[in-house]
Design a protein around this ligand. Structure first.
Ligand code: BDR
Ligand code: CA
Length: 320
């Protein structure tokens, strides 16, 4: 009988409230031995790369993961344009009304990628922030075989401009460079799918209750209250779209999806269309596919996965 290998995961994020939920999921699965979270690197987007690293370390710590999982700050800003962060979406330091303590962070993100990718050539790289690190990496190194990217809005309204999604808008040149560099289609989780996963106040209440007296339980509410208020101010209702949580589940293959494999590209230089993503559904460009664009995901199943992860964290806490 062949034994299935435990997936190795390298997360590249800009923590960020929904990135934090993705980290909580990964922490639970890592502690349960279902994945190996080999490292986390950060990009600048929702907040600075340094602050994202502090946020990451704090969230992982609250989820019971210490220094055994390295957390390193990545590139300080986009490859061409100036950095813009989004305190109005994710709060002054990225975690809504919650605040990570001050902490030293490391900077050798390429060293960490090298180590992880040399150890396991099948490692899953999941990018839930701007594609800056991945683009820089692609200039001198082979890209990992398995990449999942949260970003873009394909035939779908943007959340930053009428046509652009935030991660693609922050560093459009990086997104374009990454899609130009890949040698096999990467999995793309764009707004058309990720906006389907909506965390409601009721689900938050259930999530907090599911965690029992884990330290994390006290942080979820102030983080998500900020995110609910942001979405309400945007006219979406008092709820939160949790893009990165769904993207990580899709990367791990633990929710059912439908996908189209095709060519995509990103507009980087026009002011009007900065960060606009285009998918060649009809093959007009006659170019090889570079994306496995997710067009449907089973969100009910995703919430079951989330509930199970919180139950695992509670069980680990009770056993400690
Ligand atoms: C993406 O932008 C960020 O604000 C979120 O963390 C997510 O990665 C959604 O557009
Ligand atoms: Ca993010």
């Amino acid at each position: 009988m062949t034994k299935t290998k435990t997936p190795t995961v390298l997360l590249d994020c800009d923590t960020g409230i929904d990135d934090a939920l993705a980290l909580i999921l990964l922490a639970a699965l890592h502690r349960a031995g279902r994945i190996t979270l080999a490292g986390v690197t950060t990009t600048a987007g929702n907040t600075t790369a340094e602050q994202a690293a502090r946020n990451t370390r704090w969230i992982l710590g609250l989820a019971g993961i210490g220094e055994e999982v390295p957390v390193v700050a990545g590139e300080a800003g986009p490859v061409v344009v100036d950095l813009v962060t989004t305190p109005e979406t994710h709060g002054p330091t990225g975690l809504g009304y919650a605040q990570a303590p001050a902490a030293e962070v490391g900077y050798d993100w390429q060293g960490l990628w090298r180590e992880v990718l040399q150890d396991d050539g099948d490692a899953l790289l999941v990018v839930t922030g701007p594609a800056t690190n991945a683009a820089v990496w692609s200039r001198a190194n082979a890209l990992p075989k398995h990449i999942t990217l949260m970003g873009g809005a394909y035939l779908y309204p943007g959340n930053t401009t009428p046509t652009a999604e935030w991660n693609s808008w922050v560093d459009p040149h990086a997104a374009k460079e990454l899609f130009g560099a890949v040698t096999r289609p990467i999995t793309v989780c764009a707004l058309g799918v990720t906006e389907q996963m909506l965390l409601t106040p009721k689900l938050l209440e259930e999530s907090v209750a599911a965690l029992g007296d884990c330290a994390l339980a006290k942080v979820l509410e102030p983080m998500l209250r900020f995110y609910f208020e942001f979405h309400q101010a945007q006219g979406e209702g008092y709820l939160a779209q949790v893009h990165d949580l769904l993207a990580v589940m899709i990367a791990l293959g633990i929710v059912d999806v439908e996908a189209h494999t095709l060519r995509v590209d990103v507009e980087a230089d026009s002011a009007l269309l900065r960060g606009t993503t285009v998918a060649d559904f009809k093959g007009h460009w006659n170019q090889p596919a570079n994306a496995r664009l997710i067009i449907q995901a089973n969100v009910a199943q995703a919430w079951d996965v989330w509930r199970e992860a919180l139950g695992l964290l509670r069980a680990f806490h009770s056993a400690s």
